[in-house]
Design a protein around this ligand. Structure first.
Ligand SMILES: [Zn+2]
Ligand SMILES: [Zn+2]
Length: 418
């Protein structure tokens, strides 16, 4: 039996980096006032169709959607924002306190074309802020991401930022965009032509080379911003400058989802030589209302966890693993019984202790202790027990001491736990 195409196991030897990222992220999130939320992996298909947009790559081509045994149409979550918005509305969080900050870490599912470094079950670290329209929050999220990546050792960080405007400035932009697309119609692919009437903005996501070339000089939302959006974007830029966060204004950044308004961004790193995006986010001031809640400004981002770990594997060669403190070599039935109880007691007291239960020889057990990288080895045979004293060997210095059986555990803790 094998995993499904595009799915993978993350094996224990790769976990230390995943845990390092999680630890650092949770620590930062909590310092910035975010609370963890856990949401289901399965939701009604309608939730994603309505929030991400019917005419988007994700909803049209990539979602894992199926009917359950009663015929309900369900989808494995392709992203977290829609579910968190659903939760915010469902639990009427806006009524007690509209200002909420959440983070979540977990798997997402998209049936994309399999390619190196892309998985159909992939992981995201996601953060969302509700109830704050101020541009300071936009800057703060970008600042937070930048800080997290710096702490994780990433280099050449820069934020690519853009403003997608609001419902007030959209119509002027859409008109200009439609005129432009009309003039390039003969150069566009079938998919783009189909999207022209339904969702012209999504034509800008098209990955077909001919379309990309034809759309290189397409009108940008940035040139059609209303005064309020313009002020908002200026505040984001000046704040980032004051905070010394490197950024580039990128007019072509549109993000592939319908719900974004105003600030959208991607964080790029050059840690692997070429530029690659490790996180993206944006404001979505209309989505809470769209999904049935009161008008509530909101903003969030997602970090591509798999991609981030891939980058870190190149820059972080020695993630902290949990070293084996003690290996107990018990020779004979009596010593095995003693050793078992000692090891459990030490485990309970936080000393990482292992022993072998297969009745192997002294030589084989020493070999195993070496293989596991044990810092100390405790040797207990019939002779040692008869003399009520066992041997503790420091595997680094090769020094050995004799310890009394009666006071063994407290003595061991003094020596082994530094
Ligand atoms: Zn506007
Ligand atoms: Zn196209």
């Amino acid at each position: 039996m094998q995993t499904i195409r595009g799915f993978r196991d993350i094996l224990p030897e790769h976990i230390p980096l995943w845990q390092k990222v999680e630890k650092e992220a949770i620590f930062l999130f909590e310092s910035f006032g975010f609370k963890e939320i856990r949401i289901p992996v399965l939701e009604k298909t309608e939730l994603f169709a309505r929030s991400i947009g019917e005419v988007t790559d994700i909803v049209e081509k990539e979602m894992y959607t199926f009917a359950d045994r009663k015929g309900a149409k369900l989808t494995l979550r392709p992203e977290a924002t829609a579910s968190i918005v659903r939760s915010y509305i469902q639990h009427k969080m806006y009524a007690t306190d509209p200002v909420r900050k959440f983070f979540m870490i977990g798997p997402m599912f998209r049936r994309e074309r399999p390619q190196k470094g892309r998985y159909r079950q992939f992981y995201q670290i996601d953060a969302e802020v509700f109830g704050i329209e101020s541009a300071f929050i936009d800057s703060q999220l970008i600042f937070l991401l930048n800080e997290l990546f710096k702490r994780l050792g990433l280099t050449g960080l820069s934020a690519h930022i853009n403003s997608l405007g609001c419902p007030d400035c959209r119509p002027s932009f859409q008109k200009a965009l439609l005129n432009f697309i009309e003039s390039k119609k003969d150069k566009l692919c079938e998919n783009c032509i189909r999207r022209m009437d339904k969702n012209p903005l999504r034509i800008l996501d098209c990955k077909v080379t001919g379309c990309k070339e034809a759309l290189a000089d397409a009108p940008a939302t940035l040139d059609h911003l209303c005064n309020v959006c313009d002020d908002h974007f200026n505040t984001v830029k000046t704040t980032l400058e004051q905070q010394k966060v490197d950024f580039i204004v990128d007019k072509s950044l549109v993000r592939g989802l319908d719900y974004y308004t105003r600030t959208a961004w991607e964080i790029q790193t050059t840690s692997l030589g070429a530029q690659s995006a490790v996180a993206g986010g944006g404001r979505y001031d209309g989505l809470v209302k769209e999904l049935g809640g009161p008008q509530t400004p909101a903003i969030g981002f997602a970090i591509g966890f798999d991609r981030l770990v891939e980058v870190m594997e190149q820059v972080d060669k020695s993630p902290g693993t949990n070293p084996l403190n003690l290996f107990i070599i018990s020779l004979g039935d009596k010593a095995m019984k003693k050793g078992y109880h000692w090891s459990c007691e030490l485990n309970q007291l936080g000393v990482y202790t292992e022993m072998d239960y297969r009745g192997k020889s002294m030589k084989a057990l020493m070999k195993r202790a070496n293989k596991l990288g044990a810092q100390y080895v405790l040797i207990a045979g019939e002779n040692e027990l008869a003399e009520h004293a066992v041997i503790l060997r420091n595997m680094n210095t090769k020094e050995q001491v004799s310890l009394a059986v009666e006071t063994l555990v407290p003595e061991l803790i003094k020596i082994v736990k530094k």
